[in-house]
Design a protein around this ligand. Structure first.
Ligand code: AMP
Length: 187
């Protein structure tokens, strides 16, 4: 299964993605995680990405697209994957389409986790206390939500038009939300 998991920052995407990937037996490919690993490792890609991440802005496509293209060629992604956090812009949708078309494949499903704005801000502030992520300060959180609304939310219409989109309520206990997603996926 080739699945894309979407949703605003704080909707629980990362948490769900880990559980779902395990259940579905596919790799969890998170662009945010790959960026954070590069930041931690001090690689040139990490140095470049950090400037944008710390401000709550998207890392430029010139960096992000190549990184995903490379990751999708790894053997473990040949028969399926769970994409988390990519694509985030309409241009990235086109890039992903062409990466998959090169392999003769396409996305099977797009799951959008929906969440209430006050709830996601509260969750992110809580995560800031627990994990100390540099991009979890209140100002940056608000900016990330704004950027999501402007640049990423419009993607759901594209995938809905293709008949791929399923919306799932992301509020509630982790297990409940996982159950809802698996139901929707028919797993
Ligand atoms: P995430 O962990 O998915 O919330 O991503 C953390 C940060 O990494 C985002 O706020 C962006 O700065 C950057 N990032 C992750 N995925 C992308 C993407 N597809 N395009 C651009 N920037 C991204």
């Amino acid at each position: 299964m080739r699945i894309l998991l979407m949703g605003p920052p704080g909707a629980g995407k990362g948490t769900q993605a880990v559980v779902l990937a395990e259940r579905l037996g596919v790799p969890h490919i998170s662009t945010g995680d790959i960026f954070r690993a590069n930041v931690a490792g001090g690689t040139p890609l990490g140095v470049e990405a950090k400037r944008y991440m710390d401000a709550g802005e998207y890392v430029p496509d010139s960096v992000t697209n190549n990184m995903v293209r490379d990751r999708l060629t790894h053997d473990d992604a040949r028969n399926g994957f769970l994409l988390d956090g990519y694509p985030r812009t309409l241009a990235q949708v086109g890039e992903l389409d062409s990466m998959l078309a090169d392999e003769g494949t396409a996305l099977d499903r797009v799951v959008e986790l929906t969440a209430d704005t006050d709830e996601v801000v509260a969750r992110l502030l809580n995560r800031a206390l627990e994990q100390g992520r540099a991009d979890d300060t209140e100002d940056v959180i608000r900016r990330r939500l704004e950027v999501y609304g402007e640049q990423t939310a419009p993607l759901t219409a594209v995938y809905a038009e293709r008949g791929l989109l399923t919306q799932v309520d992301g509020m509630g206990a982790v297990d409940e939300v996982t159950g809802r997603i698996l139901d929707e996926l028919g797993v």
